[in-house]
Design a binder for this molecule. Structure first.
Ligand SMILES: C[S@@+](CC[C@H](N)C(=O)[O-])C[C@H]1O[C@@H](n2cnc3c(N)ncnc32)[C@H](O)[C@@H]1O
Length: 395
């Protein structure tokens, strides 16, 4: 592909990303994959270049752009080399007209940028939220040590506060490696590893991972438990939960039982474990403002109404999770968001409504205290953005 054709391809994918953001369609990454699936002439260098243009244009536009072309024109304001490729050559974008309006630069839609600012997220952190995510892995201590994996991946750097964490050079093909196939490593962000550690689980514990999804944190807990004890991993999404047993098998984890929950009737599948868990982990569904490094278009999809629905669900899941904790047990609440209404405010609201609960100290050497919990962010902690709180039930 010519450089101009790559720009035009990125514009066409951007159009699809914009439509998907309006209509609740697929993520940018999926749309890019589908685009290339029908364009076999695009080689690996072309694909990489188009993806870079696509994501640079998405990152730059805070508000949902009017069109893919407007988004790319926005990028040309920082990159005159791209402007020069709007030359009308075959497959390249048409020359830039004088009356065309580029998408303005910004962090997020105005209402959302305001809420981040109100949540104490400074400009440097907002910018870092739109940086490029590094490639982090967690060594599965059930099968290998960090030194074993570093011997096979000499470019890997230990993550200072996550004892099993390594950072690999971007683009390292870890998912095609023998270490991955044999369950020695999991791809897991530094922050996800740290918030799993915040739960401070011990071998032998009875754990309920209420929003387990595909089990990223379930497997981190199981490794910390040395595969002793029991974890009930639940979720309302059958597809995600179905991915957990094979992953657990690969990781050598035998203590996980999965239970599918019925949305709105979650408690029905948990009647036998009310008041029984040593630890309940709630990795709650959230706006994902902390994961924009991976899905920058997610900020175009969020609306105040959707956020309000998530907040109500988080409050409900906290109440449900609390009912499952035994006297003297703990509940760890996590969101990959830096908005107070999903983090510190949810915990303050919970504590105001539940006697016999108190916030406990989190034993992590990183993070910034926020309300009764701790916040991790890409600027200070080199993680995705997270809020985590640990609550103890009195005996
Ligand atoms: C942040 S994700 C969990 C990620 C997962 N813990 C991990 O580490 O890979 C939130 C999960 O909550 C699930 N969820 C949404 N509504 C739920 C509900 N009412 N009860 C339980 N899980 C729910 C979603 O399907 C999603 O998998």
């Amino acid at each position: 592909m010519t450089p101009g054709a790559r720009v035009q391809a990125a514009i066409e994918i951007l159009d699809q990303v914009i439509t998907a953001a309006r209509e609740g369609g697929a993520a940018a990454d999926t749309l890019a994959q589908r685009y290339f699936a029908t364009r076999r002439y695009a080689g690996s260098k072309d694909r990489r270049a188009v993806r870079e243009l696509l994501y640079d244009a998405i990152r730059r536009a805070g508000e949902l752009p009017a069109s893919g072309r407007a988004a790319m024109l926005g990028l040309t304001e920082d990159r005159p080399d791209i402007a020069a490729l709007f030359d009308g050559e075959p497959h390249a974008p048409a020359p830039i007209g004088q009356d065309e309006t580029p998408a303005p630069a910004g962090t997020a839609p105005g209402w959302l940028a305001d809420r981040l600012t109100q949540s104490g997220v400074d400009a440097a952190t907002q910018a870092a939220l739109l940086g490029r995510a590094p490639l982090d892995i967690r060594v599965n201590r059930l099968k290998a040590s960090r030194d074993d994996v570093m011997a096979a991946w000499p470019d890997a750097e230990p993550l200072p506060h996550a004892p099993d964490g390594l950072r690999l050079p971007t683009g390292a093909a870890i998912e095609n490696s023998a270490e991955y196939a044999q369950g020695l490593v999991e791809v897991q962000d530094h922050g996800s590893q740290l918030v799993s550690l915040a739960a401070a689980v011990s071998p032998g514990a009875n754990v309920i991972d209420l929003c387990a999804g595909g089990g990223g944190k379930t497997l981190a807990l199981a490794a910390a438990m040395e595969d002793h004890g029991h974890i009930i991993a639940t979720d309302t999404d059958r597809g995600r939960l179905q991915r957990l047993p094979p992953r657990a098998g690969r990781a050598g984890v035998s203590i996980v039982e999965t239970r599918l929950l019925d949305p709105g009737r979650e408690a029905a599948a948990l009647g036998d474990v009310v008041g029984a868990a040593d630890l309940v982990l709630i990795d709650a569904p959230c706006s994902g403002t902390g994961t924009w490094r991976r899905n920058p278009e997610a900020r175009w999809r969020l609306t105040p109404e959707r956020l309000a629905r998530l907040v109500a669900l988080q409050a409900r899941l906290l109440d449900l999770g609390a009912s499952l904790v035994r006297p003297g047990g703990t509940l760890t609440y996590i969101v990959c968001s830096l908005l107070d209404e999903e983090g510190a405010d949810r915990i303050a609201d919970f504590l105001s409504r539940h006697d016999g609960w108190k916030a406990e100290t989190i034993d992590l050497a990183v993070g910034t205290p926020r309300g009764a919990g701790l916040r991790l962010d890409p600027y200070r902690d080199s993680t995705d953005g997270f809020f985590v709180a640990k609550l103890g039930r009195s005996c």
